[in-house]
Design a protein around this ligand. Structure first.
Ligand code: ZN
Length: 472
């Protein structure tokens, strides 16, 4: 019995390790970069004031005021995962698992006897456990994982971490903490969003994104954004969700520039890996870059700072803003994780995550973190990044929560309370300047021992961060 228990644990361990190590890397190995990107981009990016908007006197601003915003379509993007999970849970034990269980028992028995005969009686328990785990794994006992989605007609399965449940967990936690999250009309600023997306991204890419989502509508199945190698998936709701996310970012930017305080945009899909010519790492459209350009078009705004505290390199933001000296970008990211290999494939992803790469305009500041790094060293690096941004007129924060120790998509070691300290550092440095925050990564909504409905470790990180921002 002990042997059976151990081989199941060993099998699950192998499965989990595989599951968490496979997200967010090598998505660039696809078709070549579209040639002939719109040449007017840099002129447009450098354009100055376009509209008249009066800015609030900073003395009127209450730094504790944070407006939380979301759109209904954010929970629809890849909601097929949830249907898949519920279908699995109804029939979680299938023929393949039965075959794997039988195989595991055979492996455990054979290796147990072999250990007994060749290595001595005390070793058989160990060898039978290893044999059981191997048998389970080799025969596909864990082939259906919770977040696997069958794509491209069901021949292949892709593991997805950006599930609607993570956003729902955050919304629920905020509600329980007494914060009001305002649902904004999905079509808000649609025309403006499309105009800015057209400035940031290649036309061919946006067309291919829309075509991929339209095909999902026809087939009713999710698919890869590109047909080869891509790990980034879309379904029939993804284009709408991405454009609504841009619209909400623009709305929030207007909100803080006109009304002061802070706004927190709680949307999916995230932005920071989406380059000009391709979506990757679960990101489809770079709403953050759109918001930065939008802010620069408002009268009186001369410079925008972007702080990216997601654990992975924001290669997409770096690529989208690299030609604009009025935007400064700071990314704190773990070395050699996720999109950190971008610079080695310049034809697909021109910006490198290394500290030496400041971009062609010198407006990029990469701050590299080592595996296992915690607050002791993180704080100094964060303050170095904030010093690079503190003179900007508005700050945009790519708020990822995957640097927390429990998050398997990174090797960093922050604890939830450190996010309160990050909030304090941002508050202290930027004082009463307008700030827009937006959700990026963070996948620990199902981890942690807190009460159900509190959003797990992810909920703790977000709640701590907000308290820090409010100066609590
Ligand atoms: Zn991330």
């Amino acid at each position: 019995m002990y042997a059976a228990l151990l081989f199941l644990i060993a099998g699950e361990f192998i499965s989990l390790h595989h599951a968490v190590s496979c997200y967010g890397c090598k998505t660039w190995a696809c078709s070549p970069l579209q040639k002939g990107r719109s040449s007017h981009l840099s002129q447009v990016l450098q354009s100055s004031t376009r509209r008249c908007t009066s800015l609030l006197d900073s003395s009127d601003i209450d730094s504790r005021d944070i407006e939380f915003l979301t759109t209904p379509s954010s929970l629809k993007h890849l909601s097929c995962i949830e249907k898949k999970v519920s279908r699995n849970s109804e029939s979680s034990w299938n023929d393949q698992k039965t075959a794997a269980a039988v195989g595991a028992i055979v492996f455990a028995t054979v290796l147990g006897y072999a250990g007994d005969i060749f290595l001595g009686p005390g070793v058989s328990f160990f060898t039978s456990s290893v044999g059981g785990g191997l048998g389970w794994k080799l025969l596909g006992g864990d082939s259906v994982r919770e977040n696997d989605i069958p794509v491209d007609g069901g021949k292949d399965k892709k593991f997805v971490v950006d599930v609607p449940a993570r956003l729902r967990a955050i919304l629920n936690r905020l509600s329980l903490e007494g914060h009001i999250v305002r649902k904004v009309e999905p079509k808000i600023k649609r025309g403006e969003a499309e105009r800015l997306v057209g400035l940031i991204h290649d036309f061919e890419y946006i067309k291919s994104l829309k075509d991929a989502c339209d095909k999902c509508l026809e087939t009713g199945k999710p698919r890869r954004l590109r047909q080869s190698y891509s790990r980034t998936l879309v379904d029939e709701n993804s284009y709408e969700a991405a454009m609504d996310a841009v619209g909400l970012w623009l709305h929030a930017t207007d909100r803080v520039l006109r009304g002061g305080g802070k706004a927190f945009v709680l949307v999916r899909p995230p932005s920071h890996h989406a380059t000009r010519s391709r979506g990757m790492g679960g990101c489809l459209v770079n709403a953050i870059a759109c918001a930065a350009i939008h802010a620069l078009e408002i009268n009186g705004i001369r410079s925008v700072g972007i702080l990216d505290v997601d654990a992975h390199f924001g290669n997409g933001i770096a690529n989208c803003i690299e030609e604009n000296q009025r935007i400064r970008y700071v990314s704190l990211h773990e070395h050699n994780r996720g999109m950190s290999l971008g610079g080695s494939r310049p034809e697909y992803d021109p910006r490198s995550p290394e500290e030496a790469d400041n971009g062609p305009s010198g407006n990029i500041c990469n701050i590299v973190l080592k595996k296992g790094e915690g607050w002791e060293t993180y704080e100094g690096k964060l303050m170095r990044g904030l010093a690079f941004l503190k003179d900007c007129d508005i700050l945009i924060v790519a708020a990822g929560f995957d640097a927390v120790k429990e998050d398997n998509t990174s090797g960093l070691s922050l604890v939830p309370e450190d996010f309160r300290a990050i909030g304090h550092c941002i508050n202290k440095t930027m004082e009463k300047k307008p700030i827009v925050f937006g959700l990026e990564g963070g996948y620990t909504h199902h981890m942690g021992g807190g009460p159900e409905g509190m959003g797990g470790v992810l909920g703790d990180c977000v709640a701590e961060f907000i308290e820090g921002l409010r100066g609590v």
